[in-house]
Design a protein around this ligand. Structure first.
Ligand code: SF4
Length: 356
């Protein structure tokens, strides 16, 4: 191991013994099921946001058996607002597989965890090291950023070559027998010192050997090859209301928000007026030509690769319903799990407020 590598490992572990004060409800947890829950919740989610979801999940489903036995909709409802819903679907599927195929016994190794649905290399390494101290390094955005800066690696992190380079570096650096501490230390270091914006270089214990600091490239590293363009989509929701009922559909197929519910919707590449909406194929198929259209607000939600704009029209009429829609008494609408943008509309409008 080079001098810079040895210095890094030693400093990181030393730093962590004095700065292991980042409080989180799952910190120091030894139960692999709870670690798994926390890691899945924290993928693409800030700690502050994931915190209450974790507590609610642990309370509602204290064991993998409880989770496996839960109805799909109960899990989706609890996940509501957290985004990236495929995580919840995979978690539930994996819990059921554990109960059915592994006799309810959670895996005790990295390789075993990798076989479960939705458990990628990072999550498997986190669980195997935190619960069992297995010698596997965690490699995620924190690790890419810290190693790219400290060692001056400018291979783009979103390329095969970059991923291989960082994986090998992480494996070489991991001090055997200390995976639990080392992995926790690097996550905490990335979250509090070598942060994406405004890292604390002037007080950083690594600064003596940090290549990015020496070359003035802290803001440039890690390097990314591609910049993905966000797609903008316009959703026109038709909230049909008839005899105290409204119409919902469960989202299926390969699009976003699979497993959640929303209203009948017409998508456009730009905003469409009620007249234009009525002239579309869906508008003609669904709308009987009666009832006033009231616009009840426009909302925007930013996803990783998509910008969603939504407008909600409440229509006092019975639609020509499609087979995959179902009619729901308005008093029961809160029982369903919705995407955030629909939830915002429901919360802003009397439809929801009068029902709480
Ligand atoms: S000196 Fe700055 S860039 Fe280098 S490891 Fe420390 S915080 Fe990160």
């Amino acid at each position: 191991m080079s001098k810079a590598s040895a210095f890094f490992v030693e400093q990181l572990l030393h730093w962590h013994t004095h700065h292991n004060d980042r409080e989180m409800p799952w910190k120091g947890e030894a139960d692999p099921y709870k670690i798994w829950l926390s890691e899945v919740i924290l993928q693409q989610t800030r700690v502050a946001q994931g915190w209450s979801y974790y507590l609610r999940f642990v309370e509602a489903f204290p064991t993998v058996q409880d989770l496996a036995a839960a109805p799909d909709d109960a899990v989706m409802k609890l996940w509501e607002g957290l985004g990236y819903y495929s995580r919840a679907r995979n978690l539930l599927q994996a819990a059921r597989d554990v109960v059915k195929e592994l006799n309810g016994q959670l895996p005790a190794t990295y390789t075993g965890w990798r076989k479960l649905k939705g458990v990628g290399p990072y999550t498997a390494a986190a669980i195997a090291s935190f619960a069992f101290n297995e010698d596997v390094p965690v490699v995620d955005g924190n690790v890419y950023r810290i190693y790219a800066r400290y060692f001056g690696v400018d291979t783009p992190i979103d390329t095969t070559a970059g991923k291989k380079t960082f994986q090998e570096l992480a494996e070489q650096l991991l001090p055997l027998g200390h995976a639990r501490d080392y992995n926790q230390a690097i996550m905490d270091f990335g979250a509090t010192v070598c942060t994406p914006k405004a890292p604390k270089c002037s007080t950083c214990p690594m600064q003596a050997h940090c290549v990015a600091k020496a070359k003035g490239k802290v803001g440039e590293w890690p390097v990314k090859a591609k910049k993905r363009k966000r797609k903008t989509r316009y959703f026109h929701y038709l909230v049909f209301q008839h005899n105290g009922h409204t119409f919902l559909r469960k989202r299926t197929g390969k699009d976003i928000w699979q497993g959640l519910h929303d209203f009948p919707m017409i998508e456009g590449e730009k905003w469409l007026s009620p007249k234009e909406l009525q002239a579309t194929a869906e508008g003609q198929a669904w709308h009987q030509g009666t009832g006033e259209w009231r616009e009840r607000g426009r909302y925007q939600q930013q996803l990783t690769h998509q910008n969603i704009h939504a407008v909600f029209y409440e229509i006092e009429a019975e639609p020509k319903a499609e087979s995959h829609w179902f009619s729901v008494p308005q008093a029961e609408i809160t029982n369903f799990a919705f995407p955030k943008i629909v939830d915002c509309y429901l919360r802003d409008n009397t439809l929801y407020l009068t029902l709480h």
